[in-house]
Design a protein around this ligand. Structure first.
Ligand code: B12
Ligand code: SF4
Ligand code: SF4
Length: 267
């Protein structure tokens, strides 16, 4: 089943690129499987927020979280130049196209699992985040970390063996499958060797510092971009679950497009 799920995700992304109205290209997806009862996941309410959902809040018979990472391309990353707060138009479009692809890919994956007699669902909370705390009750990165997909970098991103210039999604299922474990070795050069720090230099407003990350300062930059990029939609919904939470595309990404850890090929 692990191979089967990998294949479904890979094929879906490849075929999606050929749809007439899609301009974004993606790299090869990475897929990981986290045990719903693994220690790290049991502690998520404590680590993130007391309101954070657990897999059994999504489906009562949850066994596994299928987490996956879809990388962007180096060509796309190069369009998103550093030096100011304006993200590239291609970056804003790729953000929206990827988020809407996730909805369709997850529906497809759930359908395939149900055809084989399994239960599966997405966490509805992954589609929104609290506008005050700027935290979600379904942290894709934390499930991806538990599924062995990567380690957290100084840029605050989850860095995979292919890099961090990409996006994560997940579904919860009652599938019986061998699970993965968090990676022990740091993929961030600063965390591993105390070197690099390029992501900090690339942040146009110093929201990212070696001492920590200011999510509200960062969000201000994203909202300025959203006022400019109003043509591609707005992926996240507000607390009503229906209305968009922003006037446009909440993007910047200078900390993940022009960094050495954006793309690499480890093992
Ligand atoms: C809310 C949100 C935001 C907020 C707040 C950002 C934030 N860092 O939380 C705003 C709107 C500002 C934002 C900005 C961006 N976002 Co955003 N955002 C989210 C969202 C919806 C929830 C994140 C959340 O709740 N975090 C919870 C808090 C507590 O986590 P945290 O602040 O990151 O802190 C944790 C980690 O740093 C971690 N950690 C740090 N070191 C270590 C070490 C170890 C050992 C461990 C275990 C953990 C750990 O522990 C901390 C505490 O839990 C997720 C999607 C989702 N549903 O998960 C996307 C998401 C995190 N965003 C993403 C991206 C790409 C961006 C932007 C680049 C914007 C863009 N697309 O152009 C910027 C990057 C900002 C940055 N450098 O962090 C991607 C990240 C991809 C990746 N490679 O990791 C995500 C996962 C979306 C996706 N579907 O892929 N985002
Ligand atoms: S740019 Fe360098 S310091 Fe920043 S997260 Fe990537 S590897 Fe770590
Ligand atoms: S997305 Fe990254 S580079 Fe842009 S403001 Fe936020 S932390 Fe800084």
């Amino acid at each position: 089943m692990r191979k089967y799920i990998n294949l479904i995700i890979n094929d879906f992304v490849k075929n999606y690129e050929y749809l007439e109205n899609i301009q974004t290209k993606w790299g090869k997806p990475l897929v990981g499987f986290a045990d719903a009862y693994e220690n790290y996941i049991r502690r998520l309410k404590e680590i993130i927020t007391p309101n954070h959902n657990l897999p059994e809040d999504v489906i009562p018979d949850a066994k596994v979280i299928i987490a996956y990472y879809i990388p962007f391309t180096k060509e796309l990353a190069l369009t998103n130049k550093t030096g100011n707060i304006l993200a590239s138009k291609q970056w804003a479009l790729a953000y929206e196209e990827t988020n809407s692809m996730f909805i369709k890919l997850n529906e497809h994956l759930i359908k395939k699992l149900k055809e084989k007699g399994y239960n599966a669902s997405i966490a509805q909370d992954s589609l929104t985040f609290d506008q005050k705390t700027l935290k979600s009750n379904w942290s894709q990165r934390h499930f991806a970390y538990a599924a062995g997909l990567g380690t957290f970098g100084l840029n605050n991103m989850l860095i995979t063996k292919q890099g961090c210039c990409g996006r994560f999604s997940s579904i919860v299922t009652n599938l019986n499958v061998e699970t993965d474990h968090p990676i022990k070795e740091d993929y961030c050069l600063y965390k591993k060797y105390g070197t690099c720090g390029i992501c900090v230099k690339n942040c146009p407003v110093k929201a990212l510092k070696k001492e920590g990350y200011d999510r509200h300062l960062c969000y201000g930059v994203l909202q300025k971009n959203a006022e400019i990029y109003t043509d591609f939609g707005s992926s996240y919904v507000d607390e009503t679950g229906i209305n968009p939470n922003s006037v446009g595309s909440d993007v910047c990404g200078k900390c993940i497009t022009q960094s050495p850890c954006a793309f690499w090929n480890l093992r």
